[in-house]
Design a protein around this ligand. Structure first.
Ligand SMILES: *Cc1c(COP(=O)(O)O)cnc(C)c1O
Length: 356
């Protein structure tokens, strides 16, 4: 048994995928950033049982990793590719998302360009893609090399600010400007799909929901937790009244306290800001993290809980009936759940349970 690890419930991942698939016309699970830290190859193996149309990644290297693992379905690379990377992308049979004339021309120069790329349309996030009002400038190129798909990305699908409907309107307008409507037209991330009963788009691109993070109370469906960060207690200490814990002495004991030290710290991605704010699960009890989290160790007040050296503590995730899921730990630290999850470092081995 290792000192600390991330336990991944592939059964929960698959059920989350099935909940998304039930709303989607066809599924394009986003497995970028090593499937948000879950492990891309393991995630793909679990999600392939749902017969997705394909998978989404961010980079050429991520796409290659999946091809090397034997994935044969389409793989779309969503982050813009530099023109000099496109030959390698084509050699790996990856599908680029292109959004500028320069990118489309470079793709065509490789002999590619008919039905083997997707057009990125910017409808307000102002990150990548052709501006929704300027699609007609690409018309000659799009006529010569029609894309298989066109898509846009919502910036605030988890909010009720009306922006999603506005982005959809802009996207429809952009699609109507294309010489022909592509076979695959897609918009939804997890938050958008979780608020829909049945998608009207041809593909849906959920990411974070698959990995156990929901998008708030307005969502019609909530995911099961997938990732649990666990560690074993390496030392126990008894504090006297007035003793302090960790750097800066930000925690001071009131009365006698029992403190467990676990060998996980911010270098593992258990963020420093969680000190004095987050709770861990110890044998069915919620036990507060005391003092700032250090690089390699974190201290937990286990005065209420039976606890000894070697016992397993859950810093994120499920322990029996209790859950401190990624979203709630992120809230404790005013962190983005995306950052917390993708930030769990490779120093923490992944242990997979409930594989298909
Ligand atoms: C990351 C990403 C998604 C998935 O977003 P979630 O919020 O994790 O569901 C969908 N589409 C694109 C283009 C993305 O970059």
């Amino acid at each position: 048994m290792t000192r600390a690890w991330v336990e991944i419930d592939l059964g929960a991942l698959r059920r989350n995928g099935a909940a998304m698939a039930a709303r989607a016309t066809a599924l394009l699970p986003m497995v970028k950033a090593d499937a948000y830290g879950i492990g891309a190859v393991a995630a793909v193996r679990a999600l392939e049982t749902l017969s997705p149309w394909g998978f989404g990644v961010a980079t050429l290297e991520e796409g290659r990793e999946l091809r090397d693992a034997g994935v044969t379905r389409p793989i779309i690379v969503f982050t813009p590719t530099l023109p000099d990377e496109l030959a390698d992308l084509r050699a790996a049979r990856l599908t680029p998302a292109l959004g500028t004339a320069r990118q489309i021309e470079a793709w065509r120069a490789l002999g590619a360009g008919r039905e083997d790329w997707h057009l990125a349309v910017d409808t307000g996030i102002h990150r990548a893609g052709v501006h929704w009002d300027e699609v007609d400038r690409l018309r000659p190129l799009l006529q010569a090399a029609p894309p298989q798909g066109a898509f846009t990305h919502f910036h605030s699908a988890d909010l009720d600010d009306g922006s999603l409907a506005e982005q959809e309107r802009r996207f429809e307008k952009a699609v109507a400007q294309l010489p022909a409507r592509p076979d695959l037209v897609h918009t939804e991330n997890s938050a958008a799909l979780a608020r829909t009963v049945k998608s009207r788009w041809s593909l849906a691109r959920p990411g974070i929901f698959l990995y156990g993070v929901g998008s708030g109370p307005r969502a019609l469906v909530q995911p099961e937790p997938v990732a649990s960060l666990r560690a074993r207690v390496v030392e126990m200490h008894t504090l006297e009244d007035g003793d302090t814990v960790s750097y800066g002495a930000t925690y001071r004991a009131h009365g006698v306290r029992r403190i467990a030290t676990v060998p996980v710290g911010y270098a593992d991605g258990y963020r420093r800001v969680l000190g004095n704010r987050a709770q861990a699960l110890v044998d069915g009890y919620c036990a507060p993290v005391v003092g700032v989290v250090t690089m390699d160790m974190t201290m937990i007040d286990v005065t209420q809980a039976p606890c000894d050296v070697g016992d397993v503590v859950t810093l994120i995730g499920r322990d029996g009936d209790q859950v401190r899921d990624v979203a709630s730990v992120a809230r404790d630290g005013d962190l983005s759940p995306y950052e917390l999850l993708t930030g769990l470092e490779s120093r923490l081995p992944r242990k997979y349970v409930n594989a298909p």
